[in-house]
Design a protein around this ligand. Structure first.
Ligand SMILES: Cc1ncc(COP(=O)(O)O)c(C=O)c1O
Length: 407
């Protein structure tokens, strides 16, 4: 066993009655899942005063009326005490309405919706509820970082399905080959962080058919559902045979620019939602009472909010993509999300981690190396991710600074 985990500092030894001094405090399942890259790079941004295009949080808050709704709830004493375990009825109804309005899905607000502490808790609760030790979970690699940790906490094994540049399309033959008798579920993310890949209807349909053929559960992380610039967002739960095997996860953080509120949700058939709720109730039990009322109002905003938000982000994508291209990066233009993955080979660089660690000092910009999202870091060694959910002038300034890399 590796000895590099945190250790007791109280001086106890094995003579005191145990081997606590020689055993790492962090359990084996979490070995190698130290601090997240986002915390590390954001700390570097603060230390150097660099523009932070590393972590994916907007630099402006969401709609004023949604903020006001939160203030009204707080002042009106709504949600200041423990809300109901599955979420306040107003929010559950709004989530069900949203699924009907955007995807034509018929979801029962009482039994088929669960409000969580962000998508992060929804992912954790789903893994803890649905997996047994020894199960295998197939997920697109590069992975959003919490996937690996949550699969590990459940004692299961992750099996990567690598998305490769250019295009980052899923290889459906490789997916078929990756399925074994131990495969319990597919953990899918579209629009995909960090590559910006959005599953096509054909791909989603083929993946759903494999899930049905092999009787797999599917957990879909759809937090960027309203950030699709090319193509359309297809919830896998809407495809044939998927209604009773899919846990759909989303969150208010990305869609309404309130990432700090941590209001997320799960939708699915009553049996799956009940299973996830069982794990969730012992994680946070409940959270974000007043914000739940505000998010209920946000979900009912007119269509112009959703299209306006998407169009604004598309403009920002184009602005940063152009700037990165001019600065000498190879740009993989994303179809969705608010991240651009680039390749730094054309800049004469070969190691994204070293490049990102040096970038704040070199030109005052923070980015994230995609290598940290791969099991096989070689697969993403030369990829670097930039977030474009920032003000226009911030993106312009970042682009100007990055130009300094080659001039
Ligand atoms: C793919 C993906 N899933 C989940 C999350 C976390 O969402 P939340 O803030 O709602 O917990 C993020 C945040 O960056 C993400 O990119």
């Amino acid at each position: 066993m590796s000895q590099d985990g945190p250790r007791r500092t109280d001086g106890r030894t094995s003579e005191d009655g145990g081997d606590v001094s020689t055993r790492p405090l962090l359990n084996r399942r979490l070995e190698g899942h130290g601090s997240t890259i986002f915390a590390e790079m954001s700390a570097l941004a603060v230390k150097t005063g660099a523009i932070n295009l590393g972590q994916g949080f907007p630099d402006t808050d969401g709609p004023e009326e949604v903020r006001e709704a939160a203030v009204r709830a707080l002042r009106g004493g709504r949600g200041n005490q423990y809300p109901p375990g599955p979420g306040v009825p107003e929010l559950r109804a709004a989530i069900a309405d949203h699924q009907r309005r955007f995807y034509g899905l018929d979801i029962d607000a009482d039994t088929e919706v669960l409000v969580t502490a962000g998508a992060t808790e929804a992912i954790a609760a789903s893994m803890l509820a649905l997996l047994e030790p020894g199960d295998e979970v197939i997920a697109f690699e590069p992975f959003y970082d919490s996937y690996a940790a949550c699969i590990a906490m459940a004692g299961a094994a992750r099996v990567p399905l690598t998305l490769r540049a250019p295009g980052f399309r899923p290889d459906l033959d490789a997916l078929r080959d990756a399925i074994t008798p131990r495969t319990r579920l597919l953990l899918l993310n579209s629009p995909h962080n960090p590559t910006g890949m959005v599953l096509t209807r054909e791909e989603a349909t083929a993946i759903a058919a494999l899930a049905v053929e092999h009787d797999l559960l599917v957990v879909t992380d759809e937090v960027y559902e309203h950030l699709v610039f090319e193509g359309e967002h297809i919830p896998l739960i809407s495809l044939p045979g998927m209604r009773d095997r899919t846990v759909s996860i989303s969150s208010a953080g990305k869609t309404f620019c309130f990432t700090g509120w941590k209001v997320g949700w799960v939708t699915g058939c009553a049996a799956l939602v009940a299973a996830v709720r069982t794990a969730k109730q012992y994680l946070t039990f409940v959270s974000a009472g007043p914000f739940q009322y505000a998010v209920a109002e946000a979900l009912a905003l007119p269509g112009s909010y959703f299209t306006g938000f998407r169009d604004d982000l598309r403009g920002k994508r184009d602005l940063l993509a152009e700037g990165l291209g001019r600065a000498g990066f190879e740009v993989h233009r994303p179809q969705g999300t608010y991240f651009i993955t680039t390749d730094i080979t054309a800049l004469g660089e070969s190691d994204g981690v070293a490049f990102c660690l040096a970038l704040p000092e070199r030109c005052g910009v923070v980015a994230v190396p995609n290598a940290v999202f791969y099991d096989d870091p070689d697969a993403g060694r030369t990829q670097v991710r930039f977030a474009f959910c920032k003000k226009h002038d911030v993106l312009q300034e970042a682009a100007n600074r990055l130009r300094g890399l080659t001039s």
